[in-house]
Write a protein of this length. Structure first.
Length: 138
């Protein structure tokens, strides 16, 4: 009886540890040379690491300042550039919005912010979104 309880606890513990280990591997870092927005938060240019915190939540952290935010995401397409991790931003004039993060095996898509939706609505004529992709290191 004790051995089956112990075996169950060990199995559960290893399962929890392995999923944490998998989440810890989903991390990319990049120098972002412009200010950008995620959700309602504007972030300054700098060195950032983006890491999956939970299945649909990522943490974006300024490496130099230690500050960061959490953002909700949707599952997205993996990067077509095999083995390259990328952060993709939508650009409207001088405003940048983090849109996607991807590597060769997985991708996450960020929800458009209220500010991004307002810029789209205010545009006098439909303009294609300019994208800026930054290659990140894992």
């Amino acid at each position: 009886m004790k051995s089956s309880v112990l075996c169950t606890l060990v199995t559960l513990g290893l399962s929890a540890f392995s999923s944490v280990a998998l989440l810890a591997q989903d991390r990319m870092c990049a120098t972002i040379p412009f200010d950008f927005t995620i959700g309602a938060k504007s972030l300054a240019a700098g060195n950032y690491c983006v890491k999956t915190a939970q299945e649909h939540i990522v943490r974006i952290q300024n490496v130099d300042k230690g500050s960061g935010i959490f953002a909700m995401t949707l599952k997205g397409e993996p990067n077509k550039r095999s083995g390259k991790a990328t952060l993709t931003f939508h650009r409207y004039g001088n405003s940048y919005f983090l849109a996607r993060m991807a590597d060769g095996t997985s991708g996450r898509q960020f929800f458009p912010s209220v500010a991004e939706k307002e810029l789209i609505a205010k545009a006098s004529s439909p303009q294609p979104t300019t994208e800026r992709t930054i290659v990140a290191s894992k």
